[in-house]
Structure formats: structure tokens, C-alpha cells
Write a protein that binds this ligand. Structure first.
Ligand code: BG6
Length: 298
């Protein structure tokens, strides 16, 4: 296996020592700055540079528009812990499981970086692979440029069917959570994890004024987060995903989470794309599935 440094691309892809001494990969394109930790193949930052002619360096990033992704200032960066914020990769199950890590082991695992490449349009693509687990091959492609593209490809390498859940548990930065509107999920059926009951979303945009933890099922919809405080709309397009989770821990749960600030719930919302519960994926031997998420700002 090549060292991480062997994948550097001068001017575009740099390997640094990140928080907690973990390796971090910084990606610089004409349009955006991105940070990815091989620990969990975890995208921890994505920031557009804005429309001004760009003569700035990554060191000037405070003059860019607010990052699209939220990263908790209280996050732990430790080989045995998931990172809080950015895009945790959830696989092969979603949520708690007796005696096993919540949301699966993928976000706790150091993924192999197989390749970095500059694409013809100037965007940069990183190809990660989950170390072999004997049942499937999991590839993860992070493509960054004008938008952030994420693709998870699972191939069943067993001789029997393989069933799994997956989710790209994306934390978005917002100006003030009470002021945002989330659209695209109107009419979709969802499981409310707080009430343990199913509902159908109304025709109104979703507004958040309390803890929310909903798994929308059988929806391919593009979701938009309209944010009047940051004067922007984040768009989340997806394919190969039938579930969308909307989550904000609000006050009490924030206090219970050791790796999350008590007040940070105000500046974030999770809109997660995956295949969960009745939307879990079953692959026949040799079969492959792809889930793609594309995040940009309108
Ligand atoms: C969300 C779940 O996706 O993840 C919530 O719907 C959960 O129930 C949240 O609390 C955070 O999970 P974790 O394991 O990262 O604390």
C-alpha cells in the first residue's frame, strides 16, 4: 500500500497532521477547500471560495463564505471514536445495535486511500476503500470542486446474499436553526424516532423548534435547506438512496453528548441520505450498489 504522502498532488492535495495527531488530507481546487480524514473516510470540511476572482491561498479561508459543513468544536479525534460533524460514513447498519458500535464500524475504521486524481474539469477525486471485511468491497469516492460529490459503492463478494444499511450522515452549518426551512420531503412517510410512530410529512416546509429525529422512507427527493441568516440555500441531490434522515439534537440531547457543545445545535442540521430500515439493500452474490450524494449551494 502506498503511503498517504505518495498520493499528494502539488497545489491540490496535501497530507497534514490533523486534530488528535490523525492524518488529514487538505484539498484545494479553484472553487473550494475540502478536508478529509482517512479515519472513517470522514469529510470534515467543505467550503466554497465564493465568486470573487481567486488569488487567495488556503490560509485566507476566513474570508470565504461560511463552510457548508458543520464540525463540532468539541469533537473527539481519536482512533476509537467517530468524528462529530462533517460527513460520517454509516455502514453496515444505522443506529444502535446491541454490543456493537452505533451506526456501524465504518466511521471508526481507517480507510485505505487508493487514488487521488485531477479530473478534466479541474475537480479532485479521492478514492477510499474500507479494509476488507470478508463479505463485501466498499469503495468511497469524494469529488470536490464546485460542489461536493460523495459516492459509496458496495460489492457483495460473498456466495450468499448480503443485506446492509448505509447513510452519509451529513452535518450542515446553518446561521440559526430556528430560521431555516427544509423542503423536498413534503408528502413523504417518516418514522419519528422520538415518538416511535409513523407520520406523513405535511405540505409545508420543515421548520425546527425542538429536537427532531425522523427517518423518511421511500424518497428519492432532492432536499434544500434555505437559510436566511447565511443568505444561501444548500441543495442535496442523491441517487441510489431511498431514505433521508433529518436530525437536530436540540438542548437536552446536546448536553448529553460529550463530543458536542451545549449550544452547537443552533448552528447545525443533519440531512442524511441513505438506505435504512425497510429501505435496507440486499445484494446477490457479485452484485453492486451505488449511492451518490451531490451537495452544492444555490
Ligand atoms: C442520527 C440518528 O442519524 O444520528 C439519531 O437519527 C442519533 O438518533 C444521531 O442520535 C447521532 O448519532 P451518534 O451515534 O453519532 O451520536
Amino acid at each position: 500500500m502506498k503511503s498517504l504522502q505518495a498520493h499528494e498532488i502539488p497545489g491540490h492535495v496535501t497530507v497534514t497532521t490533523g486534530h488528535g495527531g490523525l492524518p488529514a488530507i487538505q484539498i484545494n481546487t479553484d472553487w473550494s477547500l475540502t478536508e478529509v480524514y482517512p479515519h472513517g473516510a470522514h469529510v470534515t470540511g467543505f467550503q466554497l471560495k465564493g465568486s470573487a476572482p481567486d488569488t487567495r491561498t488556503p490560509a485566507d479561508q476566513t474570508s470565504y463564505p461560511a463552510p457548508l459543513l458543520f464540525l463540532s468544536a468539541a469533537s473527539e479525534f481519536h482512533a476509537d471514536k467517530p468524528i462529530r460533524g462533517g460527513v460520517p460514513v454509516i455502514f453496515p447498519w444505522f443506529g444502535p445495535r446491541d454490543g456493537m458500535p452505533a451506526h456501524g464500524h465504518a466511521r471508526l475504521t481507517d480507510w485505505e486511500l487508493l487514488e487521488t486524481a485531477v479530473l478534466p474539469d479541474g475537480s479532485i477525486r479521492l478514492h477510499f476503500r474500507l479494509p476488507s471485511n470478508g463479505c463485501c468491497t466498499v469503495d468511497y469516492f469524494v469529488t470536490t470542486g464546485r460542489s461536493l460529490g460523495l459516492e459509496m459503492v458496495v460489492t457483495n463478494t460473498r456466495e450468499t446474499d448480503y443485506t446492509f444499511e448505509n447513510c452519509l450522515h451529513t452535518y450542515f452549518q446553518v446561521g440559526a436553526v430556528e430560521s431555516i426551512e427544509i423542503t423536498g420531503l413534503q408528502g413523504a412517510r417518516y418514522l419519528d424516532l422520538l415518538l416511535a410512530a409513523e407520520f406523513t410529512e405535511s405540505g409545508d416546509p420543515i421548520r425546527i423548534a425542538a429536537e427532531i429525529d425522523r427517518t423518511y422512507q421511500n424518497t428519492r427527493a432532492t432536499v434544500e435547506i434555505s437559510d436566511p441568516v447565511l443568505a444561501r440555500t444548500i441543495r442535496i441531490r442523491k441517487s441510489g438512496s431511498l431514505s433521508t434522515v433529518v436530525w437536530n439534537p436540540w438542548t437536552a440531547k446536546s448536553k448529553r453528548m460529550p463530543d458536542f457543545g451545549d449550544e452547537e445545535y443552533r448552528q447545525m442540521v443533519c440531512v442524511e441520505s441513505g438506505n435504512i430500515g425497510e429501505n435496507a439493500i440486499t445484494l446477490a452474490p457479485g452484485q453492486r450498489s451505488s449511492m451518490k450524494v451531490e451537495i452544492d449551494c444555490l
